[in-house]
Design a protein around this ligand. Structure first.
Ligand code: TRP
Ligand code: SF4
Length: 337
């Protein structure tokens, strides 16, 4: 008997190259999960359209940037099924069917709906597609009959809505097809950017995982430190210093201890402290840069990985959709679809 591994699924919007914040947030978690679960990871390009429908030109480019970055940090196509949402049209059909049973008030009370409309004022988000976004996300998840969904806190309402839709589907159609998916929350501290705010593309404060060495050095050497530490002889406080947040990821316990002591007594300067950090960052990013170069030089191989992922994904969605069409009384008379 083969013991089926629990299935995990997650998606990421194509926002282009990944930065260290993405890597030490969501992606590190994915890398861990692929060792233990049957994982499906996809580029949520249709989701990008819900906010960027007026300017879709970059979505394709961002999709491949992101995929090559995923592979470069170690997402492994032998362990994980990696694909692109818009290649799997079954998502759209399930989205349509779930749309039939999802009450509009469930969507209107979704906190991210109003929040995002407020935040992205330069875009007209009064569309049907934007309102229905969580239904598409529900379809993405349950079409693979996923048990676990690694997401950040901001996505919790969407997972809860997915569970409600699953219950409603089962209640209406009497077939228990889907597991009720659970959010796999991991609390990772958010990595600050070079200006001390949360690392985010929109703040222009990111260090990208495949950024050239000189550029990384330039960014770290000019990064903000403890603002109270103005001169070399002033003591500092690592607990308020963004550079120290990086040391927490990249340096050893002994080094951190040395830095804490040195910083508080003005024994070491920020330049020395940053140089120590850069040695580790270089060591960490060098192999990632090399892999990125390899994949960029061998895009055919990347395409094959994704074609294979699409293939595996489609096998799963076909199985689910057969049960779904049957359940809702929409099985094709020709026996196939
Ligand atoms: N909505 C998610 C985000 O913006 C991306 C996403 C789309 C997703 N479909 C998903 C995440 C399915 C998990 C599962 O980050
Ligand atoms: Fe930050 Fe390091 Fe300077 Fe202390 S010595 S303020 S930890 S950069």
């Amino acid at each position: 008997m083969t013991v089926e591994r629990k299935r995990v699924l997650s998606g990421m919007r194509p926002t282009g190259r990944l930065h260290l914040g993405n890597l030490h947030g969501a992606l590190d978690n994915w890398l861990k999960l692929q060792e233990e679960y049957d994982c499906f990871f996809f580029v949520a390009d249709w989701h990008a359209l819900t906010t960027d429908y007026a300017t879709p030109q970059q979505i394709k480019e961002y999709t491949w940037d992101m995929i090559t970055d995923w592979l470069s940090v170690g997402l492994d196509p032998k362990k994980s099924t990696i694909f692109i949402q818009s290649e799997i049209q079954d998502h759209a059909e399930l989205y349509l069917l779930l749309g039939m049973i999802t009450p509009v008030p469930w969507l209107e009370r979704n906190p991210t709906y109003k929040e995002q409309q407020q935040q992205l004022k330069n875009k007209d988000l009064s569309t049907y597609g934007f309102l229905g976004y969580p239904v598409l996300q529900a379809a993405d998840i349950i079409i693979y009959r996923a048990h676990g969904v690694p997401v950040g806190k901001d996505q919790l309402p969407h997972i809860e809505l997915t569970r409600e839709i699953v219950r409603r589907f089962h209640h209406l159609y009497g077939h228990k097809i889907f597991p009720e998916p659970e959010a796999l929350l991991t609390e990772f501290p958010t990595l600050p950017g070079t200006d001390g705010r949360k690392m985010s593309k929109s703040y222009n404060n990111c260090v990208y995982i495949t950024e050239p060495v000189e550029s990384v050095h330039q960014k770290i050497m000019t990064m903000v430190t403890d603002p109270q530490r103005k001169r070399r002889k002033d003591p500092g406080d690592p607990s308020v210093c963004p550079v120290f947040e990086f040391h927490k990821i990249y340096s050893t316990d002994d080094e951190r201890e040395e830095i804490v002591k040195g910083c508080r007594t003005a024994g070491i300067g920020c330049v020395d402290c940053k140089k120590m950090l850069l040695r580790h960052i270089d060591e960490f990013l060098d192999p990632i840069r090399e892999k990125k170069k390899y994949y960029m030089d061998n895009m055919m191989e990347v395409h094959e990985i994704i074609i294979d992922g699409i293939d595996r994904a489609k096998k799963e969605t076909a199985m689910t959709m057969e049960m779904v069409r049957e359940a809702v009384g929409m099985a094709p008379f020709s026996g196939s679809n």
